[in-house]
Design a protein around this ligand. Structure first.
Ligand SMILES: *[C@@H]1O[C@H](CO)[C@@H](O)[C@H](O)[C@H]1NC(C)=O
Ligand SMILES: *[C@@H]1O[C@H](CO)[C@@H](O)[C@H](O)[C@H]1NC(C)=O
Ligand SMILES: *[C@@H]1O[C@H](CO)[C@@H](O)[C@H](O)[C@H]1NC(C)=O
Length: 475
């Protein structure tokens, strides 16, 4: 909705409400809610991204659908909310409630009404960058919705999925590299295309997307589920009917907080404190919620970005079919959820059944695949740096405040070389992007990486788990 239209609508409504009762007054509030509360202050925009696919990653799309419901209830219009999700969960064969997605064992359906802007093969990193920039010409497929924002507008970006040092996955194609995200934010800033921006990222090593990269003078405030060198955690993993996790700790923490409280009374800093506590202290497995960029924006109200729940469109229809939730809900490291899911499937299958055999095959294949990547990377590192230094290089973490890598093109190239010689880096294997970044930082050249990868993986080509053969995208 344009600024002008909004202005006229408000003038018109102000005249109108003097003649009508409270019912219509709420309608006026709906209109105002899309605004920042004052005439001419701008619109709220939001971009929501679930970076994974497949049922075992149920939780990321559940997180993002839930975020949509919060924004929608907050008064944002669909035209201002742009959603990236693979959209293969609601009607997945394994979903015990076809057509419904929940983000909490007792929660309502969050799939209802979610716009399908960039789904399936259209949910790519390039489209995401084009959408943020408001550049329709950069898009391939999808709804064509972009953040068409101006200097008075606010932007909220929320991402949930697997990450690894320096990048976060996308449902289709190559991951989103920190450098490319930062570059796009810089262009958006230089185009004077927003007033202020808030970014929430849930992923393993999500701090590495901003640490040493996001300056504090772009009016952008970011929080991440984890610091640059640790995992983030999945949650609500113990529901027998589902056999997979329904949410992630950081994500459900900010969203359940937003559901409960009046966002016109709560600041970003206050929510950060709540989320930090729940993510870092209240669960046995913990990660450190981090703040980056312009932290002075922490004084702003969440209302400025995600609106405030409008009672008229609140849909809190709880579906409660007495799920069997274990007494103590464990959090599972995101990088290990696939293993957790397959092991659970194997354990729950009936002894001697075909499902049991299938489940065991898949579990063993996942374990072999992990060992294959570990072996390959060990081999590459030690052949480049020798036994001792090679192992050190795999573990080495730069001090906080320094970006992961100086030459991002080198990192991208090394990932590409590895994948050409050894097969797709799976969710688990992506943990080695830091090792590859270290190789770049220590001056390893393309031809050396090429040789080392060839040597490490040439004998392993015929392995059944090589994704070059089965073409399976695990992330
Ligand atoms: C509320 O959600 C349910 C299911 O999720 C849906 O069937 C119903 O139409 C929704 N009601 C409103 C008013 O949006
Ligand atoms: C991708 O976008 C195109 C163009 O909008 C659309 O026709 C196609 O159905 C989309 N694919 C998926 C999987 O959504
Ligand atoms: C949902 O069902 C469970 C088990 O029957 C019960 O303990 C819980 O209180 C219910 N929750 C709601 C919100 O009704």
């Amino acid at each position: 909705m344009s600024y002008n239209y909004c202005f006229h609508a408000i003038v018109f409504l102000s005249l109108f409400i003097s003649f009508v009762e409270c019912q219509q007054f709420s309608f006026e509030e709906t209109k105002l809610n899309n605004n920042n509360g004052e005439t001419g202050i701008g619109e709220r925009w939001a971009v929501l991204v679930a970076g994974s696919n497949t049922y075992s990653n149920y939780r990321h799309q559940a997180d993002v659908c839930h975020a949509y419901q919060i924004l929608k209830k907050g008064g944002l219009e669909d035209e201002n909310i742009i959603v990236f999700m693979y959209d293969d969960i609601a009607f997945a064969g394994e979903n015990p409630r076809p057509g419904i997605i929940i983000n909490n064992p007792y929660g309502p359906d969050v799939y209802y009404g979610v716009p399908k802007d960039y789904t399936g093969e259209n949910a790519t990193a390039d489209n995401l960058l084009g959408v943020i920039l408001g550049n329709r010409r950069a898009l391939t497929g999808g709804s064509g919705k972009v953040v068409d924002s101006g200097p008075d507008d606010t932007i909220f970006i929320y991402y949930a999925d697997h990450g690894s040092p320096g990048c976060v996955s996308m449902p289709h194609g190559i991951p989103l590299y920190a450098k490319d995200l930062i570059h796009t934010l810089k262009k958006k800033y230089e185009a004077n295309a927003y007033k202020s921006m808030v970014i929430y990222i849930e992923a393993c090593e999500s701090g590495s997307m901003f640490d040493g990269l996001l300056p504090n003078n772009w009016n952008i405030y970011a929080i991440t589920a984890a610091n640059p060198e640790e995992g983030s955690y999945a949650f609500y993993c113990d529901i027998e009917e589902y056999g997979t996790c329904l949410g992630d700790v950081f994500s459900i923490s900010w969203m359940e907080d937003s559901d409960k409280h009046d966002m016109s009374q709560e600041t970003l800093q206050q929510q950060y404190e709540v989320v930090k506590r729940r993510t870092g202290f209240d669960t046995p497995s913990r990660s450190h919620v981090m703040q980056y960029g312009d932290t002075s924006l922490g004084n702003q109200l969440l209302y400025t970005y995600i609106g405030r729940i409008n009672p008229q469109i609140t849909n809190r229809t709880f579906i409660n079919r007495s799920l069997s939730v274990a007494r103590k809900t464990v959090a599972v490291n995101q990088r290990d959820v696939e293993l957790f899911y397959l092991r659970r499937k194997f354990e729950n299958a009936r002894e001697g059944s075909q499902q049991k055999i299938e489940a065991e095959k898949k579990l063993n294949s996942e374990i072999s695949q992990r060992q294959y990547v570990d072996r390959g990377m060990n081999h590459i590192a030690t052949s480049l740096f020798g036994q001792q230094n090679g192992l050190h290089l795999l573990e080495y973490v730069r001090p906080a405040g320094q970006p992961l890598v100086d030459d991002w093109d080198c990192l991208k190239m090394f990932v590409k070389i590895y994948e050409e010689k050894c097969g797709t880096l799976t969710t688990y294997g992506k943990k080695y992007t830091r090792a590859m970044a270290n190789m770049c930082n220590f001056g390893i050249k393309e031809e050396h990486m090429n040789m080392a990868s060839t040597k490490a993986c040439s004998n392993e080509f015929s392995t059944p788990w090589s994704s070059l053969q089965d073409g399976v995208q695990h992330d």
